[in-house]
Design a protein around this ligand. Structure first.
Ligand code: CP
Ligand code: NVA
Length: 304
């Protein structure tokens, strides 16, 4: 059987996604009931980080430990990757010693090349273009709170960034419609828009986009690597803050999500994260459960 990777949501079929989400929900319930699993006993997860992280690192490292394996944290500052050893050489060597690898890096081409030369499954733990692991957690969270996302209206407000791109992929996989509201010049990738025209509607203001929303999402205006554009972005994104006044224009049972870290006073106000709309704390916790299910799936431990 060929090695399965998870570089974008497009690597999963709708039924595989459903299996992973159902397993994540079960693992969460069983963990709170004290049920232990050893499905990945003695497996080693290589965790390559070329960018900062709190949730991704903790959820992967705790997740593999819960399943009986162990995580190996590899920062580019402390490995030869940071000194210019080629990706393909690193992929061959690291994958010969561990069972599964996650990478957080800059260009998406880096994880693609790593996967090409890896003999074990590779998971994209965020690139400049995509953040598919976060979407597993977000889909799990919506499913737990409101049921299936199929046919729903999801509204992305803010930068057309890696998270926005992953929401476009999710729209196709989960069969929902995606409204995207972003300032001119900050739209998502044009090719992705063109390929998914039947799934998305673009807006240039948040109030029009949020009408009919079942699920509202935002993210930082300045992603990792864009720090020097911060002030220009604060100016450009004026009017794109998610707050209770905006959420009142959504459907009555709309939920609010944010992948975190969040910047209060910028893309959100001070109170929305702790308002009745918010499911952000469940969303953050679900990174743990969703990625445990993902690792079981990629290692062939998740039965049909
Ligand atoms: N949401 C997310 O990926 O958070 P970290 O950057 O803390 O991993
Ligand atoms: N879009 C953000 C997500 C952080 C988890 C970034 O890339 O920095």
């Amino acid at each position: 059987m060929s090695t399965r990777h998870f570089l974008t949501l497009r690597d999963l079929s709708p039924s595989e996604l459903t299996r992973i989400i159902e397993r994540a929900i079960t693992l969460k319930q069983e963990r709170s009931a004290g049920v232990l699993h050893k499905s990945l006993e003695s497996k080693v997860l290589g965790m390559i980080f070329e960018k900062s992280s709190t949730r991704t690192r903790v959820s992967f490292e705790a997740g593999i430990a819960h399943l009986g394996g162990s995580g190996l944290f590899l920062s580019s500052n402390d490995t030869q990757l940071g000194r210019g050893e080629p990706i393909e050489d690193s992929a061959r060597v690291i994958s010969s010693m561990v069972d599964i690898i996650m990478i957080r890096t800059f260009g998406h081409d880096i994880v693609e090349k790593f996967a090409q030369y890896s003999s074990v499954p590779v998971i994209n733990a965020l690139t400049d273009e995509y953040h598919p692991c976060q979407l597993l957690a977000d889909i799990q969270t919506y499913t737990e709170h409101r049921g299936s996302p199929k046919g729903k209206t999801v509204v992305w407000i803010g930068d057309g960034n890696n998270m926005c791109h992953s929401y476009i992929n999710a729209a196709r996989l989960c069969d929902f419609h995606l409204h995207i509201a972003c300032p001119k010049g900050y739209e998502p990738d044009q090719q992705l828009i063109d390929e998914n025209q039947d799934r998305i509607t673009l807006f240039n203001n948040a109030k029009d986009a949020i009408a009919g929303a079942d699920w509202v999402v935002t993210d930082t205006w300045a992603s990792m690597g864009k720090e020097d554009e911060k002030q220009a972005r604060i100016d450009a994104f004026n009017g794109f803050q998610v707050n209770e006044d905006l959420m009142q224009l959504a459907n009555d049972d709309a939920v609010f999500m944010h992948c975190l870290p969040a910047y209060r006073g910028m893309e959100i106000n001070e109170t929305i994260m702790d308002s009745p709309y918010s499911v952000v704390w469940d969303e953050a916790e679900n990174r743990l459960h969703a990625q445990k299910a993902l690792m079981e799936f990629l290692l062939g431990q998740l039965s049909e």
